[in-house]
Ligand binder design. Structure first.
Ligand SMILES: C[S@@+](CC[C@H](N)C(=O)[O-])C[C@H]1O[C@@H](n2cnc3c(N)ncnc32)[C@H](O)[C@@H]1O
Length: 186
């Protein structure tokens, strides 16, 4: 029987242990583009990015389907962590200055996330592309791989401030990713 995303991720976090690492490099590298007071971290996991944003002074809402991940993040200063299944629950109604979607692909968020931005707010997104399997030979569920150029196209209604697509090697194993920082017009 197939497990739900919650069961799958709860089990993964229990196996791996809960030790949040440093923030995603794409987020840290683009900190100069982050301004404002409120941030939303979608599919936040155990919170490496939410903690980083809180450290920059943002009040962060962090959502994830995994109870285990959210339990680990609760109580972190500056972070309001909540269990939410993004496939079945709408995004919070309040507008955000920064929305982060890192290492998570749910295509209907490409429309929903910009709508949750304040004018002038930015989306910071990055996840793996088809090249991860086709060029690097890695195993990955193909449903969760971006097509070439897809991320830029997905946020075509926003002003693209920075974007990249290719193989990155940032101290860990090489990964094929597409990355973007895009702003809602003011
Ligand atoms: C690869 S992890 C990335 C975590 C985090 N964004 C990061 O960069 O460290 C993917 C996350 O997506 C979450 N997830 C999977 N399906 C989800 C859903 N339907 N709603 C919310 N979160 C989900 C998992 O629990 C997991 O924490």
């Amino acid at each position: 029987m197939d497990r739900s995303p919650r069961q799958t991720w709860d089990a993964r976090y229990r196996e791996r242990g809960i030790v949040p690492g440093p923030p995603a490099p794409w987020l840290a590298e683009n900190r100069d583009l982050l301004a404002g007071t409120r941030a939303l971290d979608l599919a936040c996991g155990i919170g490496r990015n939410a903690r980083f944003l809180a450290g920059l002074g943002f009040a962060v809402d962090a959502l994830d389907v995994s109870e285990v991940a959210i339990a680990a993040l609760r109580g972190t200063p500056g972070v309001t962590a909540r269990v939410a299944d993004l496939e079945h629950q709408p995004l919070p109604a309040e507008p955000y200055d920064v929305i982060v979607i890192i290492d998570y692909l749910q295509r209907d968020l490409f429309a929903a996330a910009p709508a949750a931005l304040r004018p002038g707010g930015v989306i910071v997104a990055e996840t793996v592309t088809r090249a991860h399997v086709e060029r690097l030979g890695r195993r990955f569920d193909r449903r969760f791989l971006l097509e070439p150029g897809e991320l830029r196209e997905a946020f075509a209604g926003l002003e693209v401030l920075r974007s990249a697509e290719g193989i990155v090697s940032r101290g860990d194993r090489p990964r094929a990713v597409a990355s973007i920082v895009a702003r809602r017009s003011s």
